[in-house]
Design a protein around this ligand. Structure first.
Ligand code: HEC
Length: 147
């Protein structure tokens, strides 16, 4: 019992040590969502580019997941900028632009879901709708993300 508590405490310490962002804070929550979006889209891109084998069912599931995830980070942008955010200051002055770019991503992921809704799926036919999703990520990052 004591050992378990100690372990939990240690795990907590390690987390704080490598990343001081509270996972339950708005920043922590949207970072986790963005990371999941990245993993999902990288996986899909890998299948389309032949890095890993194309699995029709998995690709379709990930398209739905990505569409779902793409609707979530925006509610976690607070009114005021946090210290550790890697978003540009102007994001907080141009919220309507952020919202427009977010709606654009959501529209692109919705199109991807339509594209995967009719099997059999052809990787070649999915390249274009997938590239439009990636383009929507990039467009917003170019405007608002600090690398
Ligand atoms: C409407 C704007 C917007 C769109 C669209 C967008 N992002 Fe981002 N993204 C941001 C901002 C702003 C940040 C900076 C971190 C913060 O403060 O939220 C960010 C950060 C990230 C990060 C870094 C998270 C971290 O751990 O710091 C990843 C990964 C990421 N985005 C992936 C994606 C992927 C993948 C897509 C498309 C599927 C996408 N984003 C689409 C605005 C956007």
């Amino acid at each position: 019992m004591t050992a378990r508590i100690l372990l939990l405490a240690l795990a907590g310490l390690t987390l704080t040590a490598c990343d001081s962002i509270d996972p339950n804070s708005p920043l922590g929550q949207r970072k986790a969502l963005f990371q999941q979006m990245l993993r999902t889209s990288e996986d899909m891109g890998g299948m389309l580019r032949g890095r890993v084998g194309f699995d029709e069912r998995r690709f379709a599931e990930q398209a739905v997941l990505l569409d779902n995830l793409s609707r979530q980070p925006w509610q976690h942008f607070p009114q005021v900028r946090e210290e550790n955010s890697s978003a540009r200051d102007e994001l907080w002055q141009r919220r309507e632009r952020l919202d427009a770019l977010a709606r654009d991503l959501e529209a692109r992921t919705a199109e991807l879901v339509v594209a995967v809704s009719q099997p059999p799926l052809q990787p070649r036919a999915l390249g274009e709708p997938f590239a439009r999703v990636e383009q929507a990520c990039k467009a917003c990052h170019e405007e608002f993300r600090i690398y």
